[in-house]
Design a protein around this ligand. Structure first.
Ligand code: PLP
Length: 384
């Protein structure tokens, strides 16, 4: 099948894989081994990678903490900040359309005595600073708002949110798992305290990520993983050198190629949108202006979601009805945008990237055109 599920995970860039191999073979040392060449070599590679990750987002390498991925970074940021600052207050604000690794972490904190407000996005998927300001309480300690949404690709106004949070002395965490290499992130300008990254959405390997922890002003966290005191005591555990090298190379390439890549991907996405809009009763989900060019999320009215997914097995896409693992619930993100159950169920997320081609797009458009017509001809609700 043609791969159009880049937001689930990206293919690993062959240049990234090549860079990793030596660290799986001869350079196997533990970066924490300070007494010999094996350790020094591994440590040097880890620090070089840290530099690449920091460079992509204009941060200081000392602000980058390695983790196992965005899920862990979100847990460390939210639990770590809430626990450290709990004497200042107990209130956390996030958004209904965040990734589960944020929502379930906040739920867990509620279970142990914190309080949370879940902002309702507008129909276009975006929140406003005014909404945030209205939800703030004197005891609000933490705000968590993602940069790019994984289902609809919309870009939240984190510059404004950052300015607002800093003016109130509230910690601002941002999940940027879906943003690296897609939007410019400049942490010298944007006032974020904690930012989550992962390698496998940006052509790197799975199982490695990072958390940016701001030094100026200094943000403190309670560690969630205790042990050897790695990563300045914030995340113990032997560093997976090969994974980290992969993430570094992936982010280095992202920085270098982002500008040229984005125009090409935008053109492909527009071609896809134009093609699909030739089908009747299709609805695009999420704002089209504040959005990464890699994402198109479309609902096909009068088509049953499960049947559609089965009919288009020649392309690998995500569906709004089968998105989160085994659940058959319609997408909670699309529901939060005010979409009906039917439209949420019949939605397809197309996400494209570095290795997508015009032929892929044309194939997908033709497949959708023919299958949607066929399914509607069988549907008692379709009468056109
Ligand atoms: N946050 C967002 C926005 C995501 O899209 C994902 C990926 O599913 C995650 C967090 C979790 O990332 P990871 O697979 O690295 O734990």
């Amino acid at each position: 099948p043609i791969y159009m599920d880049y937001s689930a995970t990206t293919p690993i860039d062959p240049r990234v894989a090549d860079k990793m191999i030596p660290y799986l073979r001869e350079q196997f040392g533990n970066p924490a081994s300070r007494s010999h060449m094996y350790g020094w070599t591994a440590e040097k590679a880890v620090e070089e990678a840290r530099g690449h990750v920091a460079a992509l987002v204009n941060a200081d390498p000392r602000e980058i903490i390695w983790t196992s991925g965005a899920t862990e970074s979100n847990n460390l940021a939210i639990k770590g900040a809430a626990q450290f600052y709990k004497t200042k207050g107990k209130h956390i604000i996030t958004v209904k359309t965040e990734h589960k690794s944020v929502l379930d972490t906040v739920r867990e904190l509620e279970r142990i005595g914190f309080e949370a407000t879940y902002l309702e996005p507008q129909d276009n998927g975006l929140i406003t600073v005014e909404q945030l300001a209205a939800a703030v309480r004197p005891d609000t300690i933490l705000v968590s708002v993602m940069l790019v949404n994984n289902e609809i690709g919309v870009i939240q106004p984190i510059d404004e949110i950052g300015v607002f949070c800093r003016s109130k002395g509230i910690i601002f965490h941002c999940d940027a798992a879906q943003a690296t290499g897609k939007v410019v992130i400049d942490l010298q300008k944007t006032k974020v305290d904690l930012m989550t990254f992962t390698a496998h959405k940006t052509y790197g390997p799975k199982g490695v990520g990072a958390l940016y922890v701001c030094r100026k002003p200094r943000v403190r966290l309670e560690a969630q993983m205790h042990g050897g005191g790695h990563e300045r005591g914030l995340r113990s555990g032997t560093l997976p050198t090969h994974q980290i090298v992969g993430m570094g190379e992936a982010f280095r390439i992202a920085k270098e190629e982002m500008d040229s890549e984005i125009g090409r991907i935008q053109a492909l996405r527009d071609r896809l949108a134009k093609g699909l809009q030739e089908i009747e009763e299709v609805y695009i989900n999420g704002d089209m202006d504040h959005r990464v060019p890699h994402n198109l999320n479309v609902s096909f009215n009068y088509v049953e979601g499960e049947s559609l997914i089965m009919a288009i097995k020649d392309i690998a896409v995500s569906s709004g009805s089968a998105c989160t693992s085994a659940s058959l619930e319609p997408s909670y993100v699309l529901r939060a945008l005010g979409r009906s159950d039917e439209l949420a169920h019949s939605s397809i997320r197309f996400t494209i990237g570095r290795f997508s081609t015009e032929e892929d797009i044309d194939f997908a458009v033709n497949l959708l055109k023919s299958k949607v017509h066929k399914l509607r001809d069988l549907s008692p609700l379709w009468d056109m």
